[in-house]
Design a binder for this molecule. Structure first.
Ligand code: AMP
Ligand code: MG
Length: 423
């Protein structure tokens, strides 16, 4: 290990993220029906309109009884009750049980007001096959047995899902159960993705010498969609300022809140993003070109254009794009949506093998996890070739990013490392 965290001419990841998040403005809230709420973030807490359960109901198929009638029942001295009603699910009847009477009842059906306990079929002589008008109770139920109490789970007015939470299937269904028809959510941020590079061709196209498939635009569009954003434009432009300007105009015409570009931000010639937004080319806004103490992802452009669009200029190498998106763009898109939790879950895991990491920069290494021992997951680089940011194919095996502090220059097999889970 070497000291010095981070290299002192570089900005820390935390400082860059703070600059990004400070510039983020929340998107508006909209009211949507439940069926359109999946994947959105709740802007206002969802409160129950009804109790769950909505009424006292039976937890078993059996007989609704008056406890005092059956408290002496046993197999030696069974109690016989007249069955005066049948209550299937959805039935609205509320039969008045006189002493010595019971109602056959199915799971989930409303318990008669005059009954207080349930005797399951298993505790009767005839069970389901018993005679239709008499039941022989062999086991005394406890008072209130198998009675599901109204409001035991949620009471009217309780918060079912808090503001700032992403609505998945569990959350939407809980709202449905609580009698809610509409939710106030934040709208999807509109994202435009523009990959830059004269070497780029459509995936699957035959490659001329020096050409490569454009994988970044799909990577960015899919990662953005995964945060709940709407991708309003995905395109690729040559290293040409006019072409990039035209794509930016299209993004603006489509109402983009955020533009994410890949490539053209490093120190070489033909850096089209730098040439478009760099000093003297402000495009009516302010875009800063920073150097961040991370590997990959050191060159980062970020700012706001004159028309209000936030712009992220990510480096071009595919692993750099993935890591930069995780580190800066995803937190920004979640913050725009009012998401409370913008941090990925992280675990400490044992490194299954060693690898080198750059001094003075925090490393984010695409990693694969060996889950064969559930009590001891281990992690290894997803790319056999090491940590090269050009190793686009290794992303196909990555399910996590190993995050190695700037002052570490070598991970050894057996070391404990921080691992950020990507799903
Ligand atoms: P740049 O930062 O523009 O110099 O890009 C760095 C490297 O990333 C390029 O030489 C390409 O190998 C690769 N690259 C850039 N853009 C893409 C893209 N859209 N898809 C895949 N690879 C890319
Ligand atoms: Mg380029």
């Amino acid at each position: 290990m070497t000291a010095g965290t981070p290299a002192n001419d570089l900005r820390t990841v935390e400082d860059q993220l703070r600059i990004v998040l400070d510039a983020v403005r929340p998107v508006e809230s909209i009211r949507v029906p439940l069926a359109e709420a999946f994947g959105r973030t709740l802007a206002e807490a969802a409160t129950a309109r009804i109790d769950i359960p909505a009424f006292d109901n039976s937890a078993m198929d059996g007989f609704a009884v008056r406890h005092e009638d059956v408290e002496s029942a046993s197999s030696d001295s069974p109690v016989r009750l007249r069955v005066v009603a049948d209550i299937p699910a959805g039935s609205a009847i509320d039969p008045a049980l006189a002493p010595g009477e019971a109602a056959r009842i199915m799971t989930g059906s409303a318990i008669p007001t005059s009954a207080d306990s349930i005797v399951p079929f298993e505790d009767t002589a005839g069970g389901l096959e018993g005679t239709i008008d008499e039941v022989v109770v062999l086991v005394a139920p406890g008072a209130g047995a198998y009675r599901r109490r109204r409001g035991a789970d949620i009471e009217t007015g309780d918060v079912v899902v808090a503001a700032g939470v992403r609505l998945g299937g569990y959350q939407v269904s809980a709202c449905a159960a609580a009698g809610i028809a509409e939710l106030v959510v934040t709208r999807a941020p509109r994202v435009a993705v523009i990959s830059t590079g004269s070497e780029l061709v459509e995936p699957g196209s035959p490659l001329g010498r020096g050409q490569i498939p454009d994988s970044n635009s799909l990577l960015l569009a899919d990662l953005a969609a995964d945060t709940g954003a709407e991708v309003v434009l995905r395109t690729s432009v040559a290293d040409d300022v006019q072409a990039l300007r035209a794509a930016l105009a299209e993004a603006s015409a489509r109402g983009a809140d955020v533009v994410v570009t890949s490539g053209g931000v490093s120190a070489g010639a033909y850096e089209v993003v730098k040439d478009t937004f760099g000093p003297g080319n402000r495009h009516g806004g302010e875009v800063e070109f920073a150097r961040v103490a991370m590997q990959p992802g050191k060159p980062q452009a970020f700012g706001r254009l004159g028309n209000g669009m936030l712009v992220f200029g990510l480096p071009g190498n595919p692993v750099s794009v993935a890591v930069s998106f995780e580190t800066f763009v995803r937190p920004a898109l979640l913050t725009m949506q009012g998401r409370t939790d913008i941090v990925r879950p992280a675990l400490r895991m044992t490194a299954a093998e060693g690898w080198r990491t750059p001094p003075g920069r925090r490393q984010y290494l695409p990693a694969a996890i060996d889950r064969s021992d559930p009590a001891r997951w281990t992690v290894r680089p997803a790319t056999a070739g090491g940590s090269g940011s050009h190793l686009a194919g290794g992303l196909g095996r990555a399910e996590a990013l190993a995050v190695i502090p700037a002052d570490v220059d070598q991970v050894a097999a057996g070391d404990m490392v921080d691992v950020m889970l990507l799903s």
